[in-house]
Design a protein around this ligand. Structure first.
Ligand SMILES: NC(=O)c1ccc[n+]([C@@H]2O[C@H](COP(=O)([O-])OP(=O)(O)OC[C@H]3O[C@@H](n4cnc5c(N)ncnc54)[C@H](OP(=O)(O)O)[C@@H]3O)[C@@H](O)[C@H]2O)c1
Length: 285
């Protein structure tokens, strides 16, 4: 049994593989090949988004990989700018068409605010409308599980007022050096499974000397240490790569980080996203 075979069970009973493949920055014309390679290696959880512009390629990969559809867990995300019921319903149907699938396993609201106003204005009503659209698509059998991403506690509390479904998932920026412990505990208290995005800090942690030294101590690579860290936190880990060698090694994480070293990784400071700080999610808000 490797990390690729292990699953969590969502609050609705749906099983989700603990390790998935992130696809941000995999171009649409390369995505099918990446998905087929990942599935060949044993990945069963694939994460895309409307905003990535690669749902067509990801869907192609899912349909042509040779693995039965019900063995795969496919997620996408409703664009962050959509805060309206009718537009959300149309966009969910649009994703199914673009992916070429009759259902997806998980759809997330990508962000509580549009990207150009991240952590800005008041979108409470719009998020409740988008959530109602996800609930209706879930009830209609188009989506097996529904969730959110980048939602803080107050964003979740807003959705929970009047929701008929508690979000099954909250996908958050979680990596060594960025561990939102209070939010993780809150999600756990509501049976909301957290997915860790950018588990390798979008690549920014690869050159961190402290993390390199700890990886060496365990005889693993920095990505392996970082992926293992997120799994030991009890989150789904979604490393991105289109490189089959990286896919393979990222799944070789059957080692145990000690409690003391988990604390060191949680308390790590100074991971610098460099030029990527321009992306709202790495802007420190
Ligand atoms: N919900 C959200 O708002 C949100 C935001 C960001 C990300 N995400 C999701 O999370 C996924 C992962 O996050 P991410 O793409 O930001 O970054 P990440 O997975 O933290 O890091 C990706 C970087 O690490 C490199 N890498 C991966 N495996 C490696 C290995 N074994 N050896 C050396 N380098 C390796 C990749 O390069 P190579 O490609 O060359 O391997 C790439 O440069 C995304 O693809 C997306 O699905 C969601």
């Amino acid at each position: 049994m490797t990390a690729l075979d292990e699953t969590y069970t969502l609050s609705n009973g749906v099983e989700i593989p603990k390790l998935g493949l992130g696809t941000w920055f995999i171009d649409d014309d390369k995505a099918a090949e990446a998905v087929r390679a990942a599935v060949g290696i044993g990945y069963r959880n694939i994460d895309t988004a409307q905003a990535y512009g690669n749902e067509h390629g990801v869907g192609d990969g899912v349909r042509s990989c040779g693995e039965p559809r019900d063995e795969l867990f496919v997620s996408t995300k409703l664009a962050a700018e959509i805060k309206d019921y009718d537009q959300a319903i149309a966009a969910i149907d649009g994703s199914l068409t673009t992916l070429g699938l009759d259902h997806v396993d998980l759809v997330l609201i990508h962000s509580p605010q549009p990207w150009d106003d991240f952590r800005g204005g008041d979108y409470a009503q719009g998020n409740r409308e988008a959530w109602r659209a996800l609930e209706d698509a879930h009830r209609a059998g188009k989506i097996r599980s529904i969730g959110v991403s980048n939602f803080q506690r107050h964003d979740l509390e807003n959705i929970l007022q009047g929701a008929s479904v508690v979000p099954h998932v909250n996908q958050l920026l979680v990596h060594a050096g960025n561990t939102p412990s209070d939010l993780l505990a809150y999600c756990q208290s509501k049976q909301i499974l957290v997915e860790a995005y950018s588990p390798i800090a979008h690549g920014a942690i690869l050159t961190n000397a402290e993390v390199q030294a700890m990886a060496q101590k365990y005889g693993v690579s920095v990505p392996q240490l970082c992926i293992r860290y997120t799994l030991q936190l009890g989150t789904v880990s979604l490393p991105k790569t289109a490189n089959p060698e990286h896919m393979r090694s990222n799944a070789e994480v059957d080692f145990e980080i000690s409690g003391a070293d988990m604390d060191v990784l949680r308390d790590l400071r100074g991971v610098d996203y460099g030029e990527h700080s321009a992306f709202p999610v790495y802007g420190g808000k």
